[in-house]
Structure formats: C-alpha cells, structure tokens
Design a binder for this molecule. Sequence first.
Ligand code: CO
Length: 209
Amino acid sequence: MDIKQIFENNRNWVNDKLNKDPNYFNELSEGQSPQLLYIGCSDSRVTAEELIGANPGDAFVHRNIANMVSNLDLSAMSVINYAVAQLKVKHIVVCGHYYCGGVKAAMQSQDLGILNPWLRGIRDVYRIHRTELNAIENEEEKYKRLVELNVQEQCINVLKTAEVQLAYRSRGISVHGWVFDIHSGRLIDLEIDFAKKLEGISEIYRLGE
Ligand code: CO
C-alpha cells in the first residue's frame, strides 16, 4: 500500500460518509456502545470489521497473533475487562482462521525467539487435544482442526475471567467461537456449547459469588 494513497483513500471515505449523512462524524464522536467484542488474529487477510460487516461503533476489537487469550497478557485482559465491565457488550467472539501462520508455526519445532512463549499457548492446546490431533493423518486437516481447537480453548480462557463470569450470571453475556475460512471467505460457527463449557470448568475456575 502506498502511504500517500492511504490519505487519499481516507479523504474519499470521509466524503462518502458525509454525502450519505452530514452528521455522521458528529454522532460518531458522541461515544460508543458496541454490542460485540471481537478477538481475532492480526493476519492481514482476516479484516475483522469487513468480514463481519461491522461499521464504526459496532465492534470492540482486539487482535494478536493467532487470536490468543493469555491470562498474563495485560492488553487482552484489559480489553476484555473494559468491553465487559464498562461497555457491557452482549457477545464475545473469538475468531480464528484456517491457514493461520501462528498455528502453523506452533506445529513445527523451529526456535522463533520471542514468539516461542507466545506460541507455546498453542502447543498447550495441542497437548490437551493430542489424542484427537494425532489420529488425523492428513496434515492439512490436522492443521485446520488445531485452528478450531485453539479457538475453543481461547473461548475457555475468556470464560476463566471474573468479569465474564459475573456478566454471565447477572445479564447472560455469551461467548462464541468462530473460524474464518480464507479459502471460501465464509465464517464458520463452531457452535461451542458455552453454558456446558462454563459448567465444565466452574468447579476449578469459578470466581466471585
Ligand atoms: Co492467524
């Protein structure tokens, strides 16, 4: 992308918005009340807002390599806390994608320096689901399944936070695990049974009254 072109694009976008609604940016500046928190991969092909048809104000977004929800990641934890406790979002989505470079790297033994601790979270997902994954002979299918299982485990990590548990008990917030299939452009709902998952971990991870 040409940097000058970006500013040209921005001017065109502003004009387009103002042509449709002269008050557009005035209203946008008044505040936000998104109903959705989207946690996705930083991959340049997986453009959060565009692929879900969200407009400015619709989605609170957090992206990192391989859509990880790590409990020591101050950034992810702050985003979840703010979205749930302050913005009071109704839904939290963890969206992974097939052909994810982060997941691929975690299936290999290469030393990647600072990425090692980050990708270790995905290796942990592999270890937890080792029996299922090792039974898949086709490498591409195994890779795709690890992407799905990683989404599932990151959803569970979302459920481990106190604010999400409180929001579930007090106002029925929901968590969704999705995968974006780059090959077809389609979003796939993994239909993770959120209530069942929460029940399954609450014995150990329950926080608060
Ligand atoms: Co990715």
